[in-house]
Design a protein around this ligand. Sequence first.
Ligand SMILES: Cc1cc2nc3c(=O)[nH]c(=O)nc-3n(C[C@H](O)[C@H](O)[C@H](O)COP(=O)(O)OP(=O)(O)OC[C@H]3O[C@@H](n4cnc5c(N)ncnc54)[C@H](O)[C@@H]3O)c2cc1C
Length: 362
Amino acid sequence: MDRALLHTAWRLADETMRPRAAEADRGDIHGPVADNIRALGEAGFFGLGIGPEYGGLGADEVTRHEFTEILASACGVTAFTQQQLQTGIKFVVEAANELLKRELLPVLAAGRLRCGIALSQLRRAGPPPLRAEQAPGGYRLNGVIPWITGWSLLDGFVLGAALDGGEHLFAYVDIARHRAALTASGPLPLSVMEASDTVEVEVRDLLIPEEAVLRRQPAEQLGRDERRGLTSHAALPLGCARASARYLRELAQRPGREALDGTAIALTLEIDQCRRAALTWNCECVGHPEYLTYALRARAGAIVLAMRAAHAAVVATGGRAHLKDALPGRLLREAQFYATAVQTPEVQASTLDQLISPFFGL
Ligand SMILES: Cc1cc2nc3c(=O)[nH]c(=O)nc-3n(C[C@H](O)[C@H](O)[C@H](O)COP(=O)(O)OP(=O)(O)OC[C@H]3O[C@@H](n4cnc5c(N)ncnc54)[C@H](O)[C@@H]3O)c2cc1C
């Protein structure tokens, strides 16, 4: 764990992000969210997952997990938006196209280029919303990208599309170069994360040159990769749960509210236990016969814990929890959002299992 890096992250979270989190939540992306993303870029945090040979920090998994939790405990919409940028970067890091990596990774690590991610269309059942076909010098794409976050801050994004014959294509799309082929909806009206500037994009005759292709792979590979990364997505809900526990601890300092300390301590112990499980059942254990059972339990456990912790914060607050800018209400909305972020059928089923009341059938 890189303590110096995390110290800087804590400082940014405490001094810059948490004090403006309510303003960030109710505004648009050009307010505190853009300021926070800029500050993270200047501090080099978009290089966390990039190796030093490409100008990045090459941080270990525990550091990256803790970094995400710190941000999610301070400002949910910033944490989620930057996480989508980190995911775009991860696809470039893992690409086979060395020339493109040498061009993009140093500027991404320095926070001077912002790359989003658009691949949820590949998880959709039925006819693919976005299709790619071979064309002279590259590929032609048509269809719809249902979700892409951070749109007006982005210079480019990693795009996944279905090819005929059961393959997926991943490519880097430079937005300025291809603007005529991309029609964005404008920020989607959302009950949570609205300031993330998440849009739907219509794609019409987008011509991707061969040089911008990151990789082609069999369609089944996405499911395998998402299984490997199951517990890496536990950090956002765990950070959200941590914010609720912190709020309850602060409430417990008030005269007559001391009993809330017990609730905060119990939740903190559960958060620590869930984090240990998430970090234990990481991608290195994927060959273990019980990997899927334990990784899904940790991932769904983090989702349900975030909701229970935020629920406790609401209950402990009373009616004022529902005032527009109240922290417990925002944490509950964020927890609810994390319940479907990067959702796969297995994560959905596992979360639903954990949500069934223990009193059912009694
Ligand atoms: C605010 C917001 C921002 C987002 N930003 C991004 C982004 O930047 N990039 C990005 O790639 N995605 C993004 N997403 C998408 C997100 O990560 C999830 O993919 C999405 O929330 C899951 O819902 P869906 O609409 O894609 O799933 P749907 O296609 O509506 O499917 C619902 C669920 O059913 C499951 N399912 C599908 N088929 C079957 C089946 N045959 N049997 C059983 N289960 C099935 C799906 O896996 C999914 O879990 C965003 C979503 C939101 C709400």
